[in-house]
Design a protein around this ligand. Structure first.
Ligand code: HEM
Ligand code: HEM
Length: 257
């Protein structure tokens, strides 16, 4: 007799790949997930790259703060959101991890939402996103107002750098996972699902009601608003190394005259 698919809170998490399922298209990621995803990806890329450029600091603050708010609201969405976006439907337990490790390269079974390892990595991205932004803001306060509270400037600077690099590591792992999934489980269409929301699976759709539509709009507006606020933070002095370089180049210019 065929075994019932594994279920979490009424949502099946796995399915057997077959022709019938491949002909069905089911909404797995409602629009807030997809808009959040691409704003987060763009925000992280800009925040990370601009972290080292003094001339683009306001953009660094803006993209970084946007990432923080996007991630924080994704965590809230994880408790109130629909089907596969809800944390209670993330198959993170040890049993699921072992089952996944055994079947990762098998094309016979697939996951409807995030697979067990992806669930861990994505949770990590959401949490690290919040901590990176908070530590960045603390570093900003330290650099603009001197040492604050009991947190030493050195500690905060190190923390911000470490969080940012852990974040980068998780993103690289995520992208590697997306590629493995594309090559070994491509038939479910997980790759395209983050663009169009649909996977080729037979499952309960993750449609959202008025409240979550409203939450989605607030989510996006909050991210844009914090971008604006952080962009308008008072600029920091340029750091000593760069200032020294500028003074030297100004002196050289004077010599040339
Ligand atoms: C800085 C870059 C990126 C970050 C921070 C990031 C982060 C995330 C997060 C947090 C989720 C979970 C969405 C949710 O549950 O609400 C996710 C899912 C996903 N991402 Fe990314 N992502 C990035 C880049 C990309 C790129 C370039 C692709 C390739 C097209 C991609 C493909 C996907 C896919 C296919 C899923 C759904 C996976 C599944 O069905 O389990 N991501 N990503
Ligand atoms: C999740 C988003 C963020 C990422 C990925 C990120 C990443 C980085 C990186 C890679 C650096 C360079 C680290 C180094 O080489 O020392 C940096 C520096 C810095 N970040 Fe962020 N950051 C984020 C958010 C923020 C936020 C929200 C703020 C403040 C509003 C902020 C403020 C700073 C400051 C003040 C520096 C030091 C600049 C300097 O002194 O040259 N960051 N960040």
């Amino acid at each position: 007799m065929e075994k019932e698919p594994m279920q979490l809170s009424g949502y099946p998490i796995k399915f057997k790949v077959n022709l019938k399922s491949m002909k069905t298209r089911t909404l797995i990621w409602a629009w807030p997930t997809r808009v959040f995803h691409w704003m987060l990806a763009i925000g992280f890329a800009f925040a990370y790259i601009l972290g080292d450029f003094d001339d683009y600091r306001q953009f660094h603050f803006a993209f970084g703060a946007m990432v923080g708010v996007l991630a924080l609201m994704r965590i809230i969405y994880g408790f109130i959101g629909p089907g596969y976006s809800r944390f209670s439907n993330f198959p993170v337990g040890l049993k699921n991890q072992i089952a996944f490790a055994k079947s990762v390269f098998s094309k016979q079974t697939d996951y409807i939402g995030h697979n067990p390892v992806a669930s861990l990595v994505l949770l990590g991205i959401m949490i690290t996103g919040v901590f990176t932004a908070i530590s960045g803001y603390l570093q900003y306060l330290n650099e603009s107002q001197g040492e604050i509270l009991f947190v030493g400037g050195y500690f905060v600077k190190e923390a911000h750098e470490i969080f940012a690099n852990v974040f980068l590591g998780l993103v690289i792992f995520h992208l590697a996972g997306v590629l493995v999934d594309l090559f070994f489980h491509g038939k479910a269409g997980a790759f395209f699902s983050i663009f169009n929301g649909f996977k080729s699976v037979e499952a309960k759709p993750a449609s959202i009601g008025t409240f979550l539509q409203f939450f989605g709009v607030i989510w996006i507006f909050a991210a844009i608003f914090i971008f604006y606020l952080a962009f308008n933070l008072s600029p920091l002095e340029k750091n000593d190394q760069n200032r020294d370089d500028e003074v030297k180049s100004e002196q050289n210019d004077d010599h040339d005259d």
